[in-house]
Design a protein. Sequence first.
Length: 387
Amino acid sequence: MARHHGGAEPEPDRTGAEALMGRGRRATGRVGRILHFITRPMKRDLGRGGIAVHPYRGYGSRREAFVMGRVFHQAALGRKIPHHGLLRDLADVVRRIARRGVAGVRVEASLGANRTTVTTDRDGFFDIHLPLETPLPKALSWHQAELHVIRGEEQVHCHAEVYVPPPETDLLVISDIDDTVMVTGVADGLRVLYRLFVQKAHQRTAFPGVASLYRALHVGVEGEARRPILYVSRGPWGIYEMLEAFFQLNRIPVGPILFLREWGLSWRHPWPRPAQDHKHDLITRMLTIMEDLPCVLIGDSGQQDPEVYTRIVKEHPGRVKAIYIRRVDRKPNRERAIERLQQELAHSDCELILAGDSVAMATHAYRQGWISRADLSAVRQACVDEG
């Protein structure tokens, strides 16, 4: 047995215990942030329950506007549940899981002096198509649609943001999200939560230079273009809030997020519709709504984006000015397939760029006169800082 010869007893080594306690505090903080984020929509009813409305960011042209959203019924908090703290968050998690969409609810919508009424479908979703017979202010690009939801004696008022391009808009950008803006996993809600709230900032999901590139495309050469950027996702509507948080954390320009499908399955329809078919239809719809605006399509090589985009170029001659494909798959067969698509478009006025990084896209955009030299330099620096 070792003995201490004289003097005071040595202080015990606290390094291991302190490190363990530190990890525990950090883990608790991360769990708390995730719980707070998951339960944030549930706080709006102050625990009273009843009808709740979640509108999604809308879009439109000078002729028409579109807004989607969902109406839920959610349970009230029990009287013994405190208004703050971990127990409240856990109760709200249960309330969120248990809430359900409400069918047949009347939704009255107004945008400026334009009004219409729709009803929710069997899953509680509403899809508003509002012809703009009375013009909206031309100086604004973001407008507020007022929503009045009525179910029996219950009434809820809320609003949705709607993007309408200003008259001088010269370019439309339509971008995929998964593997294009965000590293793989947008359809996996738990993975997105982990990346947003557990990983450190430099480890988060955005590809290097993406935020700078999209900001450059949004503002244009003069810095005041306010070009529309529409995002399409292969994920379900349930991750909408996660994607909104992702865009804010990474300072990526906001825009309407359009989901390719809702993942509700049934015995009659056991398989969701193929994403590429829905993406084609969705982008075609956007081109129709945005009338004659030239367009840039951004996607990735891992899925069918190059094939879908090439088909759209052929169906809409002159509309698509460039296709940017982020290289995420270096398999030889895939590379050769994309090269064949490039050859198919060689005689059109659309160039398909297979880009290894955001700088390659920004360089082409600069040469086309779509972004400034300063913004090109900003993308290059961002790729160095974030790479």
